[in-house]
Design a protein. Sequence first.
Length: 402
Amino acid sequence: MAYVLRRFGQMLILVVIALAAVFSTQRLAPGGPFDGEKPPPPDILINLEAYYDMDLGMPAQFMGYLFGMAARDVGANGRPGRVHWVSIPKAAEVSITGSLDGEDLGETLVVRKWCPWGEWLRRFVDKPVDARPLRKCGIVRGDFGLSMTKRNIYVNDYVRDGLPGTLKYAIPSLLFALFLGVPMGFVAAYFQNTRLDFSMVSVGMIGTIIPNLVMGPLLIYLLANQLDGFFHWIFVDQLEWVELSRRQRTLNLIPSGKSGGPIHYLLPTLVLGTALLGRIVRLSRAGALEALRSNYVRTARSKGLPNWLILFRHVLKPGILPVVTYLGPVSAVILTGSLVIEFTFSLPGLGSQFISAATDRDYTLLMGTTVILLLFVIVLNFIVDLLYTWLDPRIRTGGSPT
């Protein structure tokens, strides 16, 4: 339990450091979300920067992004004034529009809609019905903020719409690569330097050698086009088992894209899964070879134990350690490297939003997608550390291999 708490504390520290690094890097880079061919007038630019708290110092911006702010003074001629971080003055005048139209507002206070702690989960999961432009609750309450390039649209909506689309083919792709690659790697290790070994490694490396940009259209042509045409020739033209309308020319047994039922994600799963298969086959083969050469396996063989029992009892756990290590970084590959797959198969996902946010310099949308990516990578690495202690207790106790 002490090990789990220690790793969890390290994970939280790592999350804060990573967020601070990404937050400061994107704001220190040249350019900004309001730069373009026709930049806004200076007065409007001042109000836009105050609207998104970009006129504050870097530490203040980061604290506001994490925890949100309660209110902000509006000085003479509508210029933004002092920031109230937690408490709102009693004499504050609540503004529900947040517009700074240049009038002489004096010491009027524009108050952001404050999110109570008891409502943050509902606002993160469901679309807020009473959302207003000045709502700012911080990411600790599940609020990723407003998009800077798409007005009055919350980043939560983009994440809520894009993340499920990515996970629908990302998780099956990873499971496909694991359940196929690990047995292939173990078989290749057991029959080392044989034809079966070379065959397993060669088949696994096909997806690694052929990039997704080529594999996607290739599978669409072979499975969604040629194979569908073959079934059409058998079931419609020859056997006349299926009747099609005049407008319907294909059976569409394997759709070539767009979101829908589980069958629509078959080709994206195969493309992304085969790209991961080669690495998993090689890692599991290397781990199994190291375990097969260990002293405890030689001892088990000397006792006369059957080979299948040796593989499952003595080789499986240490053999999959390299594969478990790979699960953390592979999540970043799946979430950000799936842009080609989303474009090829016309799927909604988080990868295209990440690229568009980086291109448009949309700080809030880029931070929102980055936070999701960081959480996936860091949480999976935390789970990997816990799995390590189960697969090899020497890591938890600080022991050395024997």
